[in-house]
Design a protein around this ligand. Structure first.
Ligand SMILES: Cc1ncc(COP(=O)(O)O)c(C=O)c1O
Ligand SMILES: N[C@@H](CCOP(=O)(O)O)C(=O)O
Length: 464
């Protein structure tokens, strides 16, 4: 398998070079030259596999033996040994039509651990095998940063700098990132929002001299390996629910912000997973909902909501979808991205909108709805939703049809977002791993949203 850029200006690369490149050198995003097909026979065979074995099967379709099977098996074993359940991502049945896929059983209690525990192991492996310097640079609205830091803290040959928006992440997210005292970790708390943080790091990745001088590597979902690792739980959830002979189509409903998680579902569907609807759930930052409903993709005003990790206006992976939607034509993608840059929006034709609506349904939950659902599900099902998952439930309730089966993703544990849970008068016990964070000193540097100041911090950190 080879990988190319959505904008067509990068020579085909192998898997490891694609991971190391992160953002494509022409400013696009890396995608596989072709999407491997998973047949019904294969799906039947995968029904009895453990999470780890399924991961190996799916990755084998993408990595061209660049990592020997034995080594890959060991990386996967190590990645998921830190999870609190052997199923890694267990499914909880709520009723006949609704299942919740719990993606929060990793070290930092959010879905990002699933891909980032593996990515930490992978970077460490590549650093040792190829003697590569790995200087990670990432932007986070709270969860990616915590999970990435946890995945590489203290690892030899690796440094990580994470930009998070100052005072716009939850207290637990902030503590998870800033109580880590390993020397290879730098937290920059940027006086701006997540989109500002993401913009700065993308500009730095696009500066190829700077990127190469400081050996910059990406951990955000601009990196294709993040997308691939996230496809595994779509297959795993599907196979946990459909154990019989039949392979019925089901819906997946995904709390979305940067469009990485749901794009993994889109890829799984293209591979052959029997998916009916892919439902995009947003909060009041509803650019994706507006796109699916009107055909206009236009970043709007940033809003702070009860689901801060989804407070995102510019959805990175939207470009990967555009690539497939536009018939894998890099010239058309480049033209659309230019339009976005010049006019601040993309508008598709009514005929194309029909195509988008065949791929996705979408719904944006209001702040009030999000809180109401946390209260309702606790009362009706004794199940405590985190606010992001509650946005997912709102979208499920609005968009799933009669008789359809839907898997809604629980993307974080409610203890990470106690600020919202307390607003509905629910007192939750904290897991001990979270409770102990409140006693530890914090390490972070508060900086202006100023590229020059951020660059100075990075140069000092990476040169040390
Ligand atoms: C808890 C939580 N839910 C949902 C999302 C949205 O996921 P994505 O950015 O992959 O769309 C994020 C982060 O983006 C998150 O941290
Ligand atoms: N919600 C995310 C935002 C970054 O998304 P990513 O999938 O590109 O890493 C976060 O928690 O940081």
């Amino acid at each position: 398998m080879q990988y190319i850029s959505t904008r067509g200006q990068v020579k085909p690369k192998g898997f490891i070079d694609t991971v190391l490149m992160g953002l494509a050198d022409d400013g696009g995003l890396m995608v596989p030259v072709e999407v491997p097909a998973v047949t019904e026979d294969t799906l039947q065979k995968w029904k009895t596999l453990s999470y780890e074995k399924l991961f190996l099967e799916i990755f084998s379709l993408y990595i061209n033996d660049e990592i020997p099977q034995e080594d890959l098996r060991e990386l996967v074993r190590r990645s998921y040994s830190s999870f609190r359940t052997p199923e890694v991502t267990p499914v909880h049945q709520v009723n006949d039509s609704l299942y919740i896929l719990e993606l929060f059983h990793g070290p930092t209690f959010a879905f990002k651990d699933v891909a980032l525990q593996f990515m930490g192991e992978l970077y460490s492996y590549v650093s040792k095998k190829q003697n590569k310097i790995i200087h990670i640079l990432g932007a986070t609205s709270g969860d990616t940063g915590a999970a990435a830091i946890q995945g590489v803290r203290g690892k030899e040959g690796i440094k990580i700098c994470i930009l998070h928006p100052h005072q716009k992440v939850s207290k637990v997210q902030e503590l998870q990132m800033t109580t880590v005292d390993d020397e290879n970790v730098l937290n920059l708390s940027v006086k701006g929002n997540f989109d500002d943080c993401q913009k700065v790091i993308k500009e730095l990745f696009a500066d190829l001299d700077f990127k190469s001088k400081y050996h910059l590597r990406a951990i955000n979902s601009i990196n294709f390996v993040r997308i691939l690792a996230q496809t595994v739980y779509y297959f795993y959830a599907y196979l946990q629910i459909n154990k019989g002979e039949q392979l019925p189509k089901i819906n997946f409903c995904v709390p979305s912000g940067n469009f990485g998680n749901i794009f993994s579902g889109y890829l799984a569907k293209r591979m052959g997973l029997p998916v009916n609807k892919l439902i995009i759930a947003t909060n009041e930052n509803n650019i994706l909902e507006r796109f699916v409903k009107t055909g206009e993709y236009k970043p709007g005003d940033f809003k702070m909501t009860h689901s801060p990790s989804m407070d995102i206006q510019v959805a990175s992976n939207f470009e990967r979808y555009l690539y497939y939607f536009l018939g894998e034509d890099p010239e058309k993608v480049s033209a659309y991205m230019k339009e976005l840059q010049q006019h601040g929006k993309i508008t598709i034709s009514p005929e194309d909108l029909v195509k988008v609506q065949q791929d996705f349904a979408a719904y944006g939950a209001s702040n009030t709805q999000c809180l109401e659902l946390i209260g309702d599900y606790k009362k009706s099902y004794d199940y405590l939703l985190d606010p992001h998952t509650a946005c997912g439930i709102a979208a499920y309730e609005a968009e799933a049809g009669e008789g359809e089966v839907t898997v809604t993703f629980a993307t974080a544990h409610p203890a990470k977002f106690d600020e919202a849970v307390r607003l509905v008068d629910i007192k939750q016990p904290f897991p001990p791993q979270i409770e102990q964070l409140f006693t530890l000193p914090q390490h972070q540097k508060i900086v202006e949203y100023d590229k020059a100041e951020i660059v100075r911090e990075l140069e000092t950190f990476y040169q040390l």
